[in-house]
Design a protein around this ligand. Sequence first.
Ligand code: MN
Length: 498
Amino acid sequence: MKTFDSFHFHFIVGTQTLYGPMVIEHVRAHAAAMAAFFNEHELMPARVIPEVVTSPEEIVSAFRKANADPACAGIITWMHTFSPSKMWIGGFAENAKPLLHLHTQFNREIPWDSIDMDFMNLNQSAHGDREHGFIQTRMGLARKVVVGYWQDDDVLNRIAAWMRGAVAFADGRLSRVARLGDNMREVAVTDGNKVSAQIRFGWQVNGYGIGEIARRYSDAEPHDIDAIIEQYQERYELPDSVRANSVRFEKVREQAAIEVALRRFLAETGAGAFTTTFEDLAGLPQLPGLAAQNLMADGYGFGAEGDWKTAALVRAMKTMAQGLLGGTSFMEDYTYHLEAGNELVLGAHMLEVCPSIAERKPRIEVHPLSIGGKDDPARLVFNAHPGNAVSATIVEYGNGFCLIVNEVEAVSLPRAMPHLPVARALWKPLPSFKEALELWILAGGAHHSSFSYAVTTEMLEDYARMAGIDIVVINSTTDTTLLRTELERKLRGSLQLQ
Ligand code: MN
């Protein structure tokens, strides 16, 4: 049983007929042995299906099969022998799947004492894969190149990261993003071109009136609300101050009824992610807080204030993170601790932070919302756990999208903050607070992000390559002068296009 059982990958192994049928038989047996190893290995989150190709016709047919297979999330190629690359042009020209070129060799070591020309003819990846790489570069094909022995963990981890990115990319083409209400009025960074987004990422971002939820909220059956309340009690701490207080407990039941409505609506529309806005809540008593948090815990993407790009990114990163520890959440850079030498970012939101990143069991609380003029919403309050994490955001410049990633160190909260009634995370951006924030701001990075302890920069790089968008990575190895120069060059290019 793999983490992703509804997606798999095609493993296309290249050779040619020049060396006779015995060599092709060896190639077939080796491809099967490698696929079996990958499929049994715990590091690999999805299955591969091997296929050996020897001619242009077989290559085109292999790519057509992959293209026509909706469960195929990507293609891994490897040349066991030389496989002349003009044979591959037709297949690559039709390819519609993410590509990974595995540059490996079936034999780990040179058999010094027995090596002969038969061995040399069979084990030609060293030059067969160069010919293969040339044609992909010649055709301008984006792909990941992974080098090393196919049984080594570092090689498997790089393939696994790409598989996670590819499954998130495939999921993005299938699921929808439901926007409940429009963008928060006057806000720029959360908005953007939804047509471009669908062309790039496959995201179908569709708008709906909040009345869709209000109607289902009014129709929510008491037994469905009770079932959600039961789940709240299992997953979260429901203190007596809320449970025994009829006014407060009613606010929790209202969130449960909103959740019943949201779940029904998301299932009916096939949406894997959604947005809300506190400016458009007609017919609902509260802003979805606890409801949005509990939905995120089940893998739904979420963006506040109409932020559909972040909602889709949270969904994508939750998909990448499946089966990994650490959690992934919608996040906002909220306020700073500017103690000299110990500068920190306090991340939070009005309500909607995912409990998957909580340090301990989150507590349900009811407090007034400081803006929006609605009832006091129920929400989960908790601290995010310490650990390495990434903060990622997608922005649109008018001439393209960019994924901006900052690697950070989440730290324990030093004080209790008893008057802050929201979930929160505290982190140090890398390479340093000042460098990271300068570069993030210069790149136009948003205040909303997807924050994850499970997703790695490598998965995000792979995802960005599949979408054909730029990525800016800010981490401990960032050369600030170099990246600043690059961002300023990009800025001048962007000005010339407007
Ligand atoms: Mn916000």
